[in-house]
Design a protein around this ligand. Structure first.
Ligand code: NAP
Length: 307
């Protein structure tokens, strides 16, 4: 594993994290998840990304259960602003970025995570309008002042929300950026680099498409559909992925190439790929062992011009 200094926070984080939105998935035995987190720790992963809303708090609870027993320091980023049971919540209840909601929810998050403080606390995908409207800043300032929250940021809903957050003092951002979607390179990443803002990249595998496991010309089987594109949009993406297959070679899977691509950007500190199995986790973590070759990077950039 490699470690980075996470921007102005100074935290030393593993460059590959374990995105934890599937921990505690319904319909899967709860005994599956702790060994996944345990294996990540054994492989040198020292930080995990979660949210109050991931599986009604079960993701935070699994992380708390396992990391609290681990002898070395571990770091967690968690998010607030969605109802803990947002899939069941009425539309008007789904998101709430108010100071009152943050004060209400943070105690439960600390308890589930089994921590006295939260290293990285993020508003979960607010829009610029949410950020401008809310009184969330009062709660965040209070939590930072009392040491309950160490560092603050947002997971972006658009690049504009990330730019707004940086301009208003965010310490870190969780952004979308992958081999197929590179618009973060235009403004957001250069600004983050200038301001020394910690950048973690979510969905770096384009929700698993960039592992190359889905076949061009075929729909994704219903049981694997989870938040993935369909129809023409899917086929367009799979077509582009076919052109990236030159990255597969001994010592490099397409998934590893996708993670290495994201990590090659100088403003990016770490990637947050999700994994549902130990084999996926091991494949992803091994991305940290090497870099893309310069000619591979150059070819990806050329292809991007052509597509
Ligand atoms: N708004 C937000 O704040 C937000 C939104 C989305 C995600 N996130 C964060 O970002 C993390 C990552 O997002 P994501 O999991 O949706 O997208 P992702 O990292 O692009 O894709 C991960 C999914 O791809 C499959 N996969 C992963 N590694 C693989 C491998 N080596 N080989 C084959 N298949 C593999 C797994 O799904 P299958 O086994 O089902 O194929 C896994 O769940 C989340 O866990 C969460 O922490 C945050």
């Amino acid at each position: 594993m490699r470690y980075c200094t996470f921007g102005r926070t100074g935290l030393r984080l593993s460059t590959v994290s374990l995105g934890s939105n599937r921990l505690g998935d319904p319909g899967i035995g709860p005994e599956v998840w702790p060994p996944l987190v345990q294996r990540a720790l054994e492989l040198g992963v020292n930080f995990f990304d979660t949210s109050i809303s991931y599986n009604q708090g079960r993701s935070e609870a699994v992380l708390g259960q396992v990391t609290s027993r681990w002898p070395a320091p571990t770091y967690v980023s968690t998010k607030v602003g969605f109802d803990i049971d947002w899939e069941a919540a009425a539309e008007w209840q789904k998101r709430d970025y108010s100071a009152a909601a943050i004060r209400r929810d943070v105690r439960g998050q600390l308890a589930r995570l089994r921590r006295e403080s939260i290293d990285m606390y993020l508003l979960h995908s607010p829009t610029v309008a949410d950020l401008e409207r809310g009184d969330w800043q009062h709660a965040i300032d209070e939590l930072k002042r009392t040491g309950v929250v160490k560092w603050f940021g947002i997971s972006t809903s658009s690049h504009e929300s990330g730019i707004w957050a940086i301009e208003h003092g965010a310490d870190l951002l969780q952004i979308e950026y992958d081999m197929l979607s590179r618009t973060a390179e235009d403004e957001l990443l250069p600004l983050a680099q200038r301001e020394n803002v910690g950048i973690m990249v979510r969905t770096p595998l384009a929700r698993g498409l960039l592992t190359g496991k889905f076949k061009l010309g075929e729909p994704i089987p219903a049981e694997q559909q989870w938040r993935r594109p369909t129809g023409e949009r899917l086929q367009d993406r799979l077509q582009r992925i076919e052109q990236l297959r030159f990255l597969e070679r001994p010592g490099q899977t397409l998934a590893q190439a996708a993670l290495r691509f994201v990590l090659a950007h100088p403003a990016v500190h770490c990637v947050v790929p999700g994994a549902r199995t130990i084999a996926q986790l091991e494949d992803n973590v091994a991305a940290a062992e090497a870099d893309l070759q310069p000619e591979e990077l150059a070819r990806i950039r050329e292809l991007h011009q052509e597509l």
